[in-house]
Design a protein around this ligand. Structure first.
Ligand code: UDP
Ligand code: GLC
Ligand code: MN
Length: 327
């Protein structure tokens, strides 16, 4: 029976996240199918890129405040588009799925999530009696789909997006069955852990999925030639996770985007993606910090995987950060 990871992208910007997410799943050798649900907001060139990286790209109709299902959200239409996530319940060609937001990164093999039942999810860092809807296990079913839509029509969503709706619909999540509580390590909010650093110190090395929640998506961040994110003061592990996103993006996604016809033809539309433009396009040249990882190697898509650019090295850097805090 087919099982799948499912993500959603309603435009080119989130598609960059989806492509990097797909690459992160491939590198940990998942045995499950990769599905990207899209809407008409995704351009032709980007669609071709998605088709190369995902097993299935499935177009659905955008569900937002124009839809009868959530007319009550008219004044929140920017958030309303995440209602499109509900369409994932229509993927009945799969027996079980794990939904992942396009702004998450998978750090290690976690196919064991498919052993969980609907609706399994991790607590939301902002309100832990609610689950965060960036990572959840679900079972496609037209009956459930219709039922959630009906619920949305009658009750709307308390946060204007899918998370409020799904938490109201699956309202016994916090009390009924502890097996449906995924560990936080399956949806670790990259930017919120500063509030509980001792827990990160103890459990951080077990993190399997990182979620870049909030407005600063990794693809909107500029990175220098060494992959250092050009952002203000933040926890070192947040910087490390951003750097890891950039490393996977630079090797697996950026070369593909640069050769895509969409990139060549409508270069302008990619300006908003800082990650695509940097460092080669926006930073003045400077010598690489480390001799083994030349700028040219990064740009040609062949960084020194065995040394400073390796996944293991970045992971080690994170571990070193953790052990430094022990001293
Ligand atoms: N999303 C999308 N287009 C949008 C906004 C959101 O495709 O314009 C999808 C995408 O998969 C994204 C998810 O909905 O990851 C939830 O939105 P986001 O991650 O921005 O919310 P956050 O996790 O930051 O609250
Ligand atoms: C949350 C979730 C996201 C969801 C959004 C809107 O913060 O991380 O997945 O789409 O809220 O409900
Ligand atoms: Mn998200």
């Amino acid at each position: 029976m087919a099982e799948a990871w499912v993500t959603l992208a309603t435009n080119d910007s989130y598609s960059v996240g989806a492509l990097t997410l797909a690459a992160s799943l491939r590198r940990v050798n998942t045995t499950r199918q990769l599905v990207c649900v899209i809407t008409e907001g995704v351009g032709e060139g980007m669609l071709n890129c998605l088709k190369q990286k995902f097993d299935h790209v499935i177009k659905v109709e955008e569900l937002d405040s124009n839809d009868a299902a959530n007319l009550k959200l008219l004044d929140r239409h920017d958030l309303g588009v995440t209602f499109t996530k509900i369409r994932c319940w229509t993927l009945t060609q799969f027996t079980k799925c794990v939904f992942l937001d396009a702004d998450v990164l998978v750090l290690s093999h976690c196919d064991e999530l498919f052993n969980r039942d609907e609706l399994s999810a991790a607590p939301d860092a902002g309100w832990p009696d609610c689950f965060n809807s960036g990572v959840f296990v679900f079972k496609p079913s037209l009956e459930t789909y219709q039922s959630i839509l009906q619920y949305a029509k009658e009750n709307g969503s308390f946060d204007g997006g899918d998370q409020g709706l799904l938490n109201s619909y699956f309202n016994d999540w916090s009390t009924k069955d502890i097996r449906k509580h995924l560990p936080f390590t399956y949806n670790m909010v990259a930017s919120a852990t500063y509030s509980y650093l001792p827990a990160y110190k103890k459990f951080g090395q077990n993190v399997k999925i990182v979620h870049f929640i909030g407005a600063t998506k990794p693809w909107l961040v500029s990175f220098d030639a060494n992959g250092e994110p050009q952002i203000g003061t933040t926890e070192q592990h947040t910087r490390n996770h951003l750097q890891l996103w950039w490393q996977i993006f630079s090797n697996e996604v950026k070369p593909q985007l640069e050769t895509s016809s969409a990139f060549v033809q409508s270069h302008q539309s990619y300006q908003f993606m800082s990650c695509v433009m940097s460092p080669a396009y926006t930073s003045p040249p400077e010598p690489p910090a480390l001799p083994v990882d030349t700028r040219a190697a990064w740009e040609s898509g062949s960084p020194d995987y065995a040394n400073t650019a390796s996944f293991n090295n970045i992971m080690k850097k994170m571990e070193d950060t953790l052990s430094t805090k022990d001293n």
